[in-house]
Write a protein that binds this ligand. Structure first.
Ligand code: FAD
Ligand code: UQ1
Length: 417
């Protein structure tokens, strides 16, 4: 078996970012990345692709251009991780061994939990899903097919990535229908499993107002269980009463529940057997194996799964891992659960939600981010993609914390002056 100082499992947002940081630090041949795909997708752009603001091709780039040239890239998948023997088994059965392991395997999309969903996504041009590289291509064309009826947007009962994404695309359809002058012919419905529109009070209040103003019907505790595309009917279960409720649809956007990869089910890295990698929520070091770290969507940290969260986490993992390599404890940097969700509310505006483990706002800019803003729309559509490609995945962007601290300092000094 080949041996590396650091093996990184997964070359997505988190894996790529940490691999670049560690390869820069350790030099040639010390880091290995195991990643099967040769295209790397900037998934946050899929909301914009679905809305027709960006082309799908703009959301992907060649993996080889992002992974560190000083690292070895094994273009295959991980089939097993054994932290006791410090070995990763590859798809063909070969093994690589490591001193330190970084797990950044992301999640799988569980459309299969909804009866008929995949069938509908494959066959009905009015059923779409921004979460998937094929089904996102259907979204914008489906906008044009809407002439009346119910346009329904779902939010699953279980873990999800980017919990704002299911409603962002709804606001874009609403705007699109207004532009076409047929908004009054369509009933737009947000059927969510949650009892609230968003998990942070400040932004929930703002989003409730957006829905009121736009005349969007919000149905809480509604969980999609069946799609019958031949009859264009979606069935939801009410999570409190258990009653079934059927809706005819003319447009349906499905947000799937996500889960750990199959290879993680029963893995010793998941101490509760759920498949989520068990790490300490402040250091991101594994609960049981001190030479293992995890970041991004695959870990069990109780914060929203976003690339913005990964930006903070990547810097913390690289720093704390370096401490462990130097024989010190993994506590140089502490993760506060920072995550962010640019809530697109129209073709011109964004509410830039930023918050922490306690679901308390943790905002960067010296203005009220609970408001719909043009500036934040430009941030989401123009600036953040560049920050992602040239900053985050290259290991140069640590998230907006330094900016926030700078603005805080200005605020405090101008108050005391
Ligand atoms: P990923 O980036 O998904 O990477 C996982 C990698 O693991 C992939 O490259 C995959 O190929 C690889 N892999 C899978 N299986 C194996 C295996 N067996 N062996 C080896 N490698 C494997 N975030 C934001 O911050 N802002 C947003 O506005 C936003 N909007 C979003 C909108 C949508 C529609 C979606 C889908 C996501 C959005 N996100 C957003 C979330 C963001 O994309 C993810 O949180 C982020 O990509 C997580 O990074 P990751 O490294 O954990 O996982
Ligand atoms: C962010 O840092 C980031 O990484 C590049 C994103 O990726 C998509 C984001 O969506 C957001 C919102 C952030 C946070 C940055 C700022 C300036 C709020």
């Amino acid at each position: 078996a080949k041996h590396f100082k650091v093996v990184v499992a997964g070359g997505g947002c988190g894996g790529c970012s940490v691999a670049n940081r560690m390869a820069n630090k350790l030099g040639q041949g010390q880091v290995c990345v195991v990643e099967p795909n040769d295209t790397h997708y900037y998934q946050p752009m899929w909301t914009l692709v679905g809305g027709g603001i960006k082309q799908f091709a703009q959301s992907g780039t060649r993996m080889v251009d992002l992974l560190p040239s000083k690292a070895e890239w094994l273009r295959t998948s991980v089939s097993r991780i054994d932290p006791e023997s410090q070995a990763v088994t590859l798809a063909n059965g070969d093994k690589v061994t490591y001193d330190y392991l970084v797990v950044a395997l992301g999640v799988q999309l569980l459309y299969g939990r909804i009866e008929g969903a995949l069938d509908a996504l494959r066959n009905d041009p009015t059923v779409c899903s921004n979460y998937h590289p094929e089904f996102v291509l259907k979204t914008r064309p489906a906008f044009d097919l809407v002439q009346g009826g119910n346009a329904i947007f779902t939010f699953p009962n279980g873990p999800i990535k980017c919990p704002g994404a299911p409603q962002k695309i709804m606001y874009l359809l609403d705007d699109h229908l207004r532009e076409r002058g047929i908004r009054d012919r369509v009933s737009v419905k947000y059927n969510t499993s949650l009892p609230v529109i968003f998990g942070v009070k400040k932004y929930a209040a703002a989003l409730n107002k957006v829905c009121e103003r736009k005349g969007i019907e919000v149905n809480y505790r509604h969980n999609l269980v069946n799609v019958d595309w031949k009859n264009k009917r979606a069935t939801f279960e009410h999570l409190d009463s258990n009653e079934k409720r059927e809706f005819d649809y003319s447009f349906l956007h499905i947000a799937p529940q996500v889960g750990p990869l199959d290879i993680m089910a029963g893995s010793p890295l998941s101490l509760d057997g759920s498949g989520w990698v068990s790490v300490k929520k402040t250091s991101l070091q594994h609960e049981k194996y001190p030479n293992v770290f995890a970041l991004g969507d695959c870990s069990n940290v109780p914060t929203s799964k976003t690339a913005a969260a990964v930006a903070s986490q990547a810097s913390i993992v690289a720093t704390n891992l370096s401490e462990v390599m130097a024989g010190r404890p993994a506590e140089k940097q502490i993760y506060d659960g920072y995550t962010s969700c640019p809530l697109v509310t129209s073709y011109k505006t964004v509410i830039m939600a930023e918050f922490d483990y306690n679901a308390q706002p943790l905002e960067t800019f010296p203005l009220d981010q609970g408001k719909e803003r043009r500036s934040m729309y430009l941030m989401k559509t123009q600036l953040l993609p560049q920050v992602y490609w040239h900053g985050l995945v290259k290991g140069r962007w640590t998230g907006p914390a330094p900016l926030r601290k700078m603005f805080d300092l200005f605020r405090r000094t101008s108050k005391s002056a």
